[in-house]
Write a protein that binds this ligand. Structure first.
Ligand code: ZN
Length: 453
């Protein structure tokens, strides 16, 4: 058992319970007690009890990252002034050179970096599968197991190459049927539907401009037959809307609905450009949104209508997005970025610090269909806990701990638990050698760029 006490606690439960000085007790992979004051000692039943002094800290649920492309860690800092389509057409030919070792190295780097910013559950959206380059999907799952994060990888796919009117070059796309078969195999091999699962697989064709309608509908059919979730990019940019109007005669949101892609089992990355009607449909259907404010800013894509989506009842989580369009890659920092983005669009009351924390925790858990197990500190939920240190120079003097976390600079972690296992302690990664992870990621980048040249 681990008992954290003497810290501020923001449970992010339905009542929004917070304690100025409280405790969180963990037994095995579950939370067994949360409340004000010191931790109860009676539940220890003779087992070993580790007491953690949380003085100067804030305990929150571990953050949930709802959108990422881990392999992009190898192509950071490129296409710096491009919009989405220009950025993609610059990077697709480079991404054609990825292989199993690169995916292992970059997934290790990206997930380690996420852990150090308070993330306990991450998705990944991997959609580049060059032929004969090894088992890329298994490589990133192995990397997540090593770092110790809960992982929801989406088996992505593209089948709409440039010769058929799509954006990616033909040599990086798959055949439709082959992509669906490989996705089904990935589910059969890696998806764990059981409670407390560390790995759940989603079906995730890449986007309307790189996947055919046949792949999109086939993917929805497959996901529903297998009981897994659906993920894709949607309504990210004005250019995407123009592409959709031209090729499908409707907006991306209307296209998604036509393909069977709105629903409680779907979460969509970005959803920046939505009409009032689309916002209402997302709410009515329970379609989730992975809000990626830094990536949207980096690519100049626009600002998602997060407060409107929340009012409509749509689940909204946060995503760092791939490291090639969001080099910072820290999920903790996205709390502040989400708050700022909402306020730039809707004024200073558009989103509160607590709203932002909810997006990064329970909102993300809802997007992944795991709000019953993740996203808040409550007895019975999985022991995914972030203990943030708020007594240093960066946060000193902000009395409201949640405001300090969200408005302040990225806070160091005193402790990060995933399923009760210690992943970060005292700001250091316990599960992997950060220096070795860094060297391996740098090598992967250098090797990829040599292939390109
Ligand atoms: Zn993305």
């Amino acid at each position: 058992m681990i008992a954290i006490e003497g810290c501020a606690v923001a449970t992010v439960d339905a009542a929004g319970d917070e304690y100025e000085s409280g405790h969180v007790v963990v037994d095995g992979d579950r939370i067994v007690a949360v409340g004000p004051g010191t931790a109860p000692r009676d539940g220890a039943d003779g087992g070993e009890l580790r007491l953690v002094d949380g003085a100067g800290c804030l305990a929150t649920p571990g953050l949930v990252n709802t959108h990422h492309h881990l392999y992009q860690w190898a192509t950071r800092g490129l296409a710096q002034q491009e919009n989405l389509f220009g950025w993609l057409t610059t990077l697709y030919p480079i991404w054609a050179g990825i292989d199993e070792e690169l995916v292992a190295a970059t997934a290790g780097a990206g997930l380690a970096w996420l852990a150090l910013s308070g993330c306990t559950t991450s998705t990944d959206h991997h959609y580049v599968f060059p032929r004969g380059t090894g088992d890329l999907f298994a490589a990133e799952i192995a990397a997540a197991a090593e770092v110790g994060l809960r992982f929801h990888p989406g088996r992505g796919s593209m089948d709409l190459g440039a010769s058929r009117g799509g954006l990616p070059p033909d040599h990086v796309v798959e055949e439709t049927e082959a992509a669906l078969a490989a996705t089904e195999e990935a589910i059969d091999r890696h998806h764990d539907p059981s409670p407390g699962a560390m790995v759940r697989v989603a079906v995730a064709p890449c986007s309307p401009f790189s996947a055919t309608p046949e792949l999109m509908t086939g993917a929805a059919e497959l996901a529903r037959r297998k009981g897994v979730r659906l993920h894709t990019h949607l309504a990210e940019t004005v250019e995407e809307e123009e592409f959709c109007l031209e090729t499908q005669g409707c907006t991306p949101a209307e296209y998604a609905e036509r393909l069977g892609w709105l629903g409680e089992d779907v979460w969509l990355a970005h959803a920046v450009h939505l009409s009032d009607a689309a916002v209402a449909r997302f709410g009515a259907t329970g379609t989730g949104v992975a809000h990626c404010p830094s990536s949207n800013a980096r690519l100049g894509a626009g600002i998602a209508r997060v407060p409107d989506l929340l009012t409509a009842g749509a689940p909204v989580g946060l995503g760092v997005d791939g490291a090639a369009s969001q080099e910072a890659g820290q999920l903790g920092a996205e709390l502040r970025q989400a708050l700022y983005a909402a306020r730039l669009r809707g004024g200073p009351a558009a989103l509160t610090a607590r709203d932002a924390l909810a997006l990064g925790t329970i909102g993300g858990a809802r997007c992944l269909g795991r709000a019953d197990e993740l996203g808040s500190l409550e007895p019975g939920k999985l022991a995914d806990v972030a203990l943030w240190r708020l007594d240093g120079l960066g946060h000193a003097g902000i009395d409201d701990a949640v405001a300090a976390l969200v408005f302040g600079p990225p806070a160091p972690l005193a402790l990060l638990l995933v399923g009760g296992q210690e992943v970060v302690e005292g700001g250091e990664l316990l599960t992997a050698d950060a220096a070795a992870v860094t060297r391996r990621a740098r090598r992967a980048h250098q090797r990829l760029m040599e292939v390109v040249v």
